[in-house]
Design a protein around this ligand. Structure first.
Ligand code: FE2
Length: 385
């Protein structure tokens, strides 16, 4: 992959003189709208090792919705379900199934974030709003991105409570161990046919991101699946949003399958980082998390050569990686280990990626072909190729 070699982000250079009008401190939380938050929380605790963190619902005086907040190291996910048929959340679930509604970004000033983005053309989702309780105040604001997905800016510098006003600490007697997930490495959005550049421009113009890596359909194509992808990053490199659009192939693109079943654009996968992918994936597998099928022997036979080309030595035992189905990709700066789950809903929509970076800053483009062939085997079983 030619482009991969040029990945130094170049971000420092690009941003040296420009003032970042939307400084982002990190991902604050990811909120899913789901049909049954209680059962989803059990799944993410049991299978993915998330810890009980905060709660709101009938018991805290909220009669509209229930939200469970789960935490693992720096990752916070919120699982929200409506408590009656009148809530707008129902429409989201009817249309999309369970999926990501909010990608919340941690900022120093949620009011300025909203002003700077809306004046550059973002559609407002939530005007700057102050929420208070005895632990202080949080300011949140929000804008729409692709599909029904939104970015919420969270300013929590004057807040000492557990999560947000309205939530209480969630203590549970059921606390499965963490699986070693550390932080969100990147989050990928699938957008419609010919819409990738529109959304690239949105992230550039409205949010001040830069496009530092692109893959076209000649690079990411198998006999069947095809897609195009551009990776967007904010100024400090903490937030990375690759954007995919489908491309014509011999059969239906996996992105098109997603768009059909999600009934529009949305978050395709959440990549979470670990420091020990062998341990993390072994545990996830033992807890019932399903991964894409293991690549064939030829894939693993080719790995040593791919690493040698870049003068890297694999620290891990390749036979263990192979047994677990972990993929390996390399660039000039190092290598990375990654694996993809099957979709975590019945609709073939959102899935997770587990990633361990050993110096490499890419996204596994060298694995795309092997990965897509595995996805196509699953598509074939679902009869959606
Ligand atoms: Fe990824």
């Amino acid at each position: 992959m030619k482009d991969i070699k040029n990945v130094d982000y170049g971000l420092k250079k690009i941003f040296k003189d420009a003032k970042d009008f939307l400084p982002l401190l990190g991902t604050d939380y990811i909120e899913f709208y789901v049909g049954n938050a209680k059962q989803a929380a059990y799944y993410y605790k049991t299978a993915f090792g998330f810890q009980s963190y905060a709660y709101k619902g009938l018991e805290t005086g909220n009669r509209e919705l229930t939200s469970y907040v789960l935490k693992q190291d720096k990752i916070r996910i919120v699982l929200t379900t409506p408590l009656n048929s009148k809530s707008n959340i129902n429409q989201h679930i009817v249309k999309h199934g369970d999926g990501v509604k909010v990608i919340a970004l941690w900022v120093d000033d949620a009011t300025t974030s909203w002003e700077e983005t809306t004046k550059r053309g973002a559609k407002s989702y939530m005007k700057p709003t102050i929420e208070k309780d005895e632990f202080g105040q949080v300011v949140r604001s929000g804008i729409y991105t692709y599909g029904d997905t939104v970015h919420v800016f969270v300013e929590r510098k004057n807040y000492k409570g557990v999560f947000l006003p309205g939530f209480k600490k969630w203590k549970s007697d059921y606390n499965p161990d963490s699986v070693g997930l550390k932080y969100i490495d990147h989050m990928v959005g699938n957008v419609g046919w010919n819409e990738m550049n529109k959304w690239v421009k949105f992230y550039e113009d409205v949010m001040g991101f830069v496009n530092f890596l692109s893959f076209d359909d000649k690079q990411i194509t198998t006999d069947y699946s095809a897609l195009m992808s551009k990776v967007m990053s904010n100024g400090n490199g903490r937030i990375k949003f690759p954007i995919n659009e489908p491309a014509e192939g011999k059969k239906k693109s996996q992105i098109e399958e997603y768009l059909d079943f999600y009934e529009g654009p949305g978050a395709q996968h959440i990549a979470v980082a670990t420091n020990d992918i062998v341990s993390t994936v072994s545990t996830l597998r033992s807890r019932g998390v399903e991964f894409l099928s293991i690549p064939p022997d030829e894939y693993y036979n080719a790995v040593p050569l791919r690493l040698e080309q870049h003068n890297h030595k694999l620290n891990e035992d390749i036979n263990i990686l192979k047994k677990l189905g972990i993929l390996i990709d390399a660039d000039e700066e190092g290598y990375l280990l990654q694996i993809f789950t099957k979709p975590v809903e019945d609709r073939p929509t959102l899935f997770f990626e587990i990633i361990q970076r050993m110096g490499a800053k890419g996204f596994g483009a060298g694995n795309f072909k092997a990965l897509f062939e595995a996805i196509e085997r699953e598509q074939a079983k679902r009869g959606t190729l």
